[in-house]
Write a protein that binds this ligand. Structure first.
Ligand code: ADP
Length: 416
């Protein structure tokens, strides 16, 4: 038989084969009849049944069993008599026949089932294999896509990182350059003001000597000119002193230590003793904290701010009050006065070196004090600012970090 399964063949063909095989079995039995006579009436029919069962399946095989029985009974058992199964012998033979036929049909059917089962299992496996292959192909595609994306993203990231690295390097280079030029400038300012001191002292001393020794020989104009020269030299000495102090803030400062601000304030006030006395100023303070700082510089800040509060007084005797409050990680100090006040638009400008809002004739000074304060406060990691209105006094604020941690700039400079 060919490889087709029973269910794949047409019904007509299967039943035709059943009928045909019964006919062939009949012919064969007839041909053998002279030899067999009454013996084995069903023998050839079993072959027909087997062929029908194998080729046609259950239905055609049952049909062939029935047809074979009728044909065998008619032609070879009863020999054309009207009554089927007349004798017990007939019944016995029929019983045997049906038993053997049933075995043939059953076996053949079981074999078909097994075959179909195996075939369907194989088909199922093939489907499964096909599915897996497709899934594998899809997976490989997805993997390739993923790898491509990862490569692309990695390339983008490394390009971005390279760019960032280059930017960082450029920035570091610039900042090193800036630091170097700042240090140079500071060194220059320090050296210039330091070296100027000596010749200036000579000018001041000798003009004073000139005034003392020769003023009797000079006329009024001469004496006035010498007085101008002496005054100029003294002012210049003060200016150079302040400049030196300013350039020293970063260049030659001590490292930070715990500083009791009450003491620093006290020293500032005693330095201002003369001007406080002259102007009958009232200088007061609340309890001040201990901070991590450069003690000398804290005195300078208090001295400049309190000094300004006294110097820029209004009509009333000056009153200056210093206090401090804790705000997050900072101590915020305030120096409040009742003086002439400042227009808010100058609030930034006055912290720039040599920037003054008044003529020296009205209020003496050289415009370095607040710049010096800012430099000192920033060195300590803090900030300085003010609140003021003309005629209503001024309050200068400055902050100093509580734990002295934000003092990197100052420490770096101090380490030089
Ligand atoms: P100087 O006191 O030598 O003029 P500063 O740097 O200390 O220099 O101050 C800059 C300017 O800021 C001053 O000339 C003054 O115009 C203004 N200023 C500073 N402190 C006060 C103050 N307490 N009240 C009013 N104006 C002030």
């Amino acid at each position: 038989m060919n490889g087709l399964r029973v269910s794949e063949r047409s019904e007509a063909l299967r039943y035709s084969v059943a009928v045909g095989s019964v006919a062939l079995s009949l012919l064969a039995r007839t041909a053998l009849d002279p030899v067999l006579q009454d013996e084995l009436p069903f023998v050839t029919f079993f072959a027909g049944i087997a062929a029908a069962a194998w080729f046609g399946g259950l239905g055609p095989s049952l049909l062939s069993v029935a047809l074979s029985f009728v044909a065998a009974e008619w032609f070879f058992i009863g020999h054309g008599r009207a009554q089927f199964l007349a004798t017990p012998h007939d019944f016995a033979m029929a019983g045997c026949y049906f038993l053997v036929a049933a075995i043939i049909v059953f076996l053949s059917n079981a074999m078909h089932k097994a075959r179909e089962c195996a075939a369907s299992r194989q088909a199922e496996m093939e489907r499964e294999i096909g599915k897996r292959r497709r899934a594998e192909v899809e997976l490989r595609g997805a993997q390739d896509e993923l790898e491509y994306r990862i490569r692309k993203r990695t390339a983008e990231l490394s390009a971005a990182m390279e760019a960032q690295e280059a930017e960082k390097k450029a920035l570091a280079h610039k900042s090193a350059e800036l630091e170097r030029s700042n240090a140079e400038l500071q060194q220059f300012a320090y050296a210039a003001s330091h070296d100027l001191q000596e010749p200036l002292r000579m000018v001041a001393n000798f003009t004073q000597l000139l005034a003392e020794r020769y003023s009797s020989r000079l006329d009024d104009d001469g004496r006035e000119f010498i007085a101008f020269a002496v005054g100029g030299a003294v002012r210049m000495q003060a200016l150079i002193q302040d400049l030196l102090a300013y350039s020293r803030v970063g260049a030659r400062s001590k490292s930070f230590e715990p500083v009791d601000c009450n003491e620093a304030f006290g020293r500032a006030v005693s330095n201002l003793y003369a001007s406080i006395g002259e102007s009958a100023a009232l200088v007061s303070h609340d309890e001040l904290p201990v901070v991590q700082a450069d003690a000398t510089q804290m005195v300078q800040v208090f001295q400049n701010l309190v000094g300004n509060g006294i110097k820029f007084k209004g009509a009333d005797p000056p009153q200056v009050h210093v206090s401090a409050v804790r705000k997050d990680d900072d101590w915020v100090f305030s120096v409040r006065d009742n003086g002439i006040g400042i227009e808010p638009r100058y609030a930034e400008r006055i912290f720039v070196i040599f920037q003054r809002l008044h003529r020296p004739e009205d209020y003496p000074g050289n415009g370095i004090g607040l710049a010096l304060c800012r430099k000192i406060v920033e060195r300590h990691g803090g900030e300085i600012w003010l609140e003021s209105q003309p005629g209503q006094g001024s309050t200068f604020f400055f902050s100093i970090p509580v734990d002295g941690q934000r003092t990197r700039i100052g420490e770096r400079e101090a380490g030089k």
